[in-house]
Design a binder for this molecule. Sequence first.
Ligand code: OOG
Ligand code: MG
Length: 304
Amino acid sequence: DSEQSASDGARLRGRLSPSVSGTRSPGESLVELRAGHGKDSRMSSTVDVAALAGILDAARRERREVPPLSHAHPTLTVPDGYAVQAEGIRLREAQGERVVGLKMGFTSEAKRQQMNLGSPIFGVLTDRMRVQPGGVVSVGAGIHPRIEPEIAFRTSKELKGTVTRDEVLDACDAVFAAMEVLDSRFVGFKYFSLPDVVADNASSSLFVPGTLERAPRELDLTKLQMRMEVNGKVEGEARSDAISGDPVVSLIQLCALLAQRGQVLPKGSLVLSGAATAAYLMKPGDHVRLTVDGLGTVEVTAGE
Ligand code: OOG
Ligand code: MG
């Protein structure tokens, strides 16, 4: 993996896009997000990006597990993974979905250990992935859904490239508790490489945003106790600094990852900063409740 990341870095540094330094209106920045993904797919020469995205999209729609892509494509790189991810999002947009934000993954030690993978990645969130707080998540509508506790942000300004903590705070008008429902398209929720999970949109499936929104500067975002209970039993507990040492740092990392691809974090994006604890495998009937200091509770019920 580290070898792969190093070569990705070299490839990406060579093509840092001028679009990162340009100015544009918020409307254009969403277009830029797609244009950036497009560049990724064109530069991928060794894999059939469209075919791989098609395999994962069909697996998702048909609730079917598929082998990790790296089995048939052992040389798959992280940029290949992002190209497949972007193509998968294009397929979903073609099915009428709209991009509403981004999610970070592997920003906590608990998550890195659970999946045995080492570096932060991002995925894309669409409007159809949103679940109303207090709503029902159908286990059978997924493959093997897991749920995890997160801190989420909403941007009110575009963020691009290297940004400071203060710049992130200035650009976010809300912080709220959220749960993410993951659902790997890979057999047994197992994959052994970052390119696989990146291609699979970072295992994203659904997200449940909390309703209590606070201004990010009103709280010490590194000291929020987070507790995820299932049927009244604590399944995961951590302080918010389990997420990148500070969930704001996840957004700094996200901006850096996007900049490597010539992309920005658009105004109006919802951002999941990554789970603070390991994810929990949902069973029909489970009642899941996340409580975060200062950010209230978010609940969801697992249906058949
Ligand atoms: C990848 C997604 C990780 C997080 O919050 O760390 C993630 C996975 O666990 O399969 O969403
Ligand atoms: Mg997550």
